[in-house]
Unconditional design. Structure first.
Length: 71
């Protein structure tokens, strides 16, 4: 099985959701291709993306939905 994207948005929100997902024992991956640290003159912040394994989606879904409703 592969990774599925469960969130795309501001990095601070992705980290918040990541902490909630990892608290129930599911590993996560955050991808953030923000180049602002490499080229400070570029202010194009791209969304952070949060991924989990497809097989963990059933367990993570209630946490994801609760998080989305809290936004």
């Amino acid at each position: 099985m592969g990774l599925i994207k469960i969130f795309s948005g501001e990095e601070i929100l992705a980290i918040s959701l990541q902490e909630k997902i990892e608290a129930i024992g599911i590993d996560t991956v955050i991808r953030n291709n923000n180049q602002a640290n490499v080229l400070p003159s570029i202010q194009l912040a791209k969304a952070a993306e949060l991924f989990i394994q497809e097989t963990d989606f059933g367990k993570a879904n209630p946490v994801i939905e609760e998080f989305r409703l809290s936004l």
